[in-house]
Design a protein around this ligand. Structure first.
Ligand SMILES: NC(=O)C1=CN([C@@H]2O[C@H](COP(=O)(O)OP(=O)(O)OC[C@H]3O[C@@H](n4cnc5c(N)ncnc54)[C@H](O)[C@@H]3O)[C@@H](O)[C@H]2O)C=CC1
Ligand SMILES: O=C(O)[C@@H]1CCC=N1
Length: 273
C-alpha cells in the first residue's frame, strides 16, 4: 500500500508542518482530508481547516486516527509531545517520521519506550512549492517503510539517503542553506540598488539570476568553477568583482557559517534535556 492510502498526522503545524502538508497535497498524491495538523493555538490553523485539512490541538486523538506520524515540533518541545502520545503509539500500525533537528532515532525510541520504526528526514521550506532538498536517514526501518518515506518526500522535491551521523550536517547545508542563499540574494539586491535599480526590480533580477546559476549546475551537472570560468572574461569586470568578494572573505564566511550551524544543530536537543 502506497503512502497515498494512509492517514497522516503532522504533529506541530508551524512553518514546516504547514509547508509539508501543502506540498503533499500539491503533489496530487495526498488529499487534505487525509492529513491532520496539530497545534496548541488552533486559531492559526483555521485557514488550513478551510482548505479541508483536519486540525486539532489533541495530539493523542491525531495519533489514534493516523498511520503515519510526522513530528514537526521544535527540539525543545519534543519530550513533552512524546510523553503525551507514547501510550497511543502502536508500533505495528504507526511509522514515525521526525524532521526535528538534532534528535536521533534512538532518542525517540527511548523516550517513547517502544520498538517503534522511526525515520529521520530533513526537508527545507521549499517543500511548500515541491522544491525541497530532503535528506533521509531510514536505514533502521523496514524496506516497505523506507520506500514509503522516499515516496512522500520525492513528491515534494529531491531526496537523498544519508547516514544518520550526517543528519545535522544535512540540516546546516540544506535546511539552514535556504536562509544562506536567500541572504546572498538579498545582499545582491542591495548592491543592485546602489548601482541604479529600484529595489523591487533588483530583487527580481537577482532572484532569477540565482535561479539561473543553480539551474546551470543541475542541468549540466557541472562544477561551479567550470561555469564561473565561462563568465569571467580576461581582465573583465566579473573576475574583478569576484576577487574583491573573496578578499573580503565571501567563501570563508559561508563555510564558517555552515560549520557553526552544524555544531548548533547537534546541540539543540541534547543541551536542552
Ligand atoms: N524551519 C525550517 O526551515 C526547518 C525546520 N526543521 C525542524 O522542523 C521542526 C519544526 O520547525 P518549524 O516548523 O520551523 O517550527 P515552528 O515553531 O514554526 O513549528 C512548531 C509548531 O509546533 C507547535 N507545537 C508546539 N508544541 C506543540 C504541542 N504540544 N502540540 C502540537 N503542536 C505543538 C507550535 O505551536 C508550532 O506551530 C523543528 O524541529 C525544526 O528544527 C527542519 C527543517 C527545516
Ligand atoms: O534554525 C533552525 O533551528 C531550523 C532547523 C533547520 C532550519 N531551521
Amino acid at each position: 500500500m502506497g503512502s497515498e492510502n494512509k492517514k497522516v498526522a503532522i504533529l506541530g503545524g508551524g512553518n514546516m508542518g504547514v509547508a509539508l502538508a501543502k506540498g503533499m497535497v500539491a503533489s496530487g498524491k495526498h488529499e487534505a482530508a487525509d492529513i491532520t495538523l496539530t497545534r496548541r493555538n488552533l486559531r492559526l490553523l483555521e485557514g488550513m481547516a478551510r482548505e479541508g485539512y483536519t486540525i486539532t490541538s489533541d495530539n493523542v486523538q491525531a495519533v489514534e486516527n493516523a498511520d503515519i506520524l510526522i513530528l514537526s515540533i521544535l527540539p525543545q518541545q519534543l519530550n513533552s509531545v512524546l510523553d503525551t502520545i507514547a501510550e497511543s503509539i502502536n508500533p505495528q500500525r504507526h511509522l514515525l517520521i521526525s524532521i526535528v533537528t538534532g534528535v536521533t532515532v534512538v532518542d525517540i525510541q527511548k523516550r517513547v519506550g517502544k520498538d517503534l520504526e522511526v525515520v529521520r528526514a530533513m526537508p527545507n521550506t521549499a517543500i511548500a512549492i515541491r522544491e525541497s532538498m530532503t535528506c533521509i536517514s531510514s536505514s533502521k526501518a523496514s524496506a516497505a517503510n523506507q520506500a514509503l518515506v522516499k515516496e512522500i518526500f520525492e513528491a515534494v522535491g529531491e531526496t537523498v539517503e544519508i547516514e544518520e551521523e550526517l543528519m545535522t550536517s544535512a540540516t546546516a547545508l540544506c535546511a539552514c542553506g535556504i536562509a544562506f542563499f536567500l541572504r546572498s540574494i538579498r545582499a545582491a539586491t542591495q548592491g543592485g540598488t546602489e548601482i541604479g535599480f529600484h529595489a523591487a526590480d533588483a530583487l527580481r533580477m537577482a532572484a532569477q539570476t540565482a535561479k539561473g546559476a543553480a539551474s546551470l549546475l543541475l542541468h549540466f551537472q557541472s562544477h561551479p568553477e567550470n561555469e564561473i570560468d565561462k563568465v569571467t572574461s580576461p581582465k573583465g569586470c566579473t573576475i574583478a568583482g569576484l576577487n574583491e568578494m573573496e578578499h573580503n572573505g565571501f567563501s570563508s564566511a559561508l563555510i564558517k557559517g555552515i560549520k557553526t550551524s552544524s555544531i548548533k544543530a547537534e546541540q539543540l536537543y541534547h543541551n536542552e534535556k
